[in-house]
Design a protein around this ligand. Sequence first.
Ligand SMILES: C[S@@+](CC[C@H](N)C(=O)[O-])C[C@H]1O[C@@H](n2cnc3c(N)ncnc32)[C@H](O)[C@@H]1O
Length: 263
Amino acid sequence: MTKVQSGKDSAHIGKDRDYSGKELYVHNLFAAIAHHYDVMNMVMSGGMLRLWQRAFAAQTGLRPGGRALDVAAGTAELSLVMARQVGPSGRVTGIDFSAEMLEVGRDKVGATRSRPGGDRLAPIELVEGDAMALPFAVDTFDCAGSGFALRNVKDIERVVREMTRVVRPGGRVVALELSKPSNPLIREPYYLYFYHIVPLLGWLIDPKTERNLRAYGWLPKSLVPFPTQQGLADIFRRAGLVEVGFRGLTGGIVSVHYGTKPS
Ligand SMILES: C[S@@+](CC[C@H](N)C(=O)[O-])C[C@H]1O[C@@H](n2cnc3c(N)ncnc32)[C@H](O)[C@@H]1O
């Protein structure tokens, strides 16, 4: 794999194809912040990340022995959540196009496994690859999940279609995402925090990265063109999913979206 230089127009960053534009930008950004990502995520969520992940887990339908896919897995946060659900007889695969994020994820999975209770986790395989062209056969997984990923991909519809393709009939597609709260009393302070405080927190945690890449300025920018909760639910329906729904969390700043592949 060729290392991507910041500022290049396109580069070969994966095994499968060249990336450019938004994808290259997003790739470089996560390569730069990989080592601070988990701390930043926890700080920015105000400690609510674990609650949101629990709400995600409640929608996966996963049982012991199940097979799960974590799409744009990053540092393997949701891979670990699903590995607890399916247990040692299950199997979890996480896929991401950032080798740097996966490297942090592998260390974290190793550390978690060596702690008490680590033997209750499913094996987790973290592979480098493209969420827009998942290298898995149709009907492979009981659940394909993603966390804070859809805002970062070039084509949301295509990723949701891919997630639907690789899930077995009756299996679930679940996405934990930031949302646009409809209540202005929540939306306005949330946007203020998101647009002004979050980049500042990014700078405090990692001044060098923030200066070079304006990394945490990307977060609010990525929310602007992102669909509303209803819009994302429509994308799930167009992908062929049924029993589509979403649950707003923390006043609707985050939502869990879900759907089932028809039998
Ligand atoms: C905000 S992080 C989310 C990480 C993790 N899912 C979580 O819950 O914390 C977004 C991830 O999407 C990945 N990503 C963006 N576009 C991708 C693509 N086309 N294929 C694979 N991964 C992608 C980035 O590398 C990054 O790790």
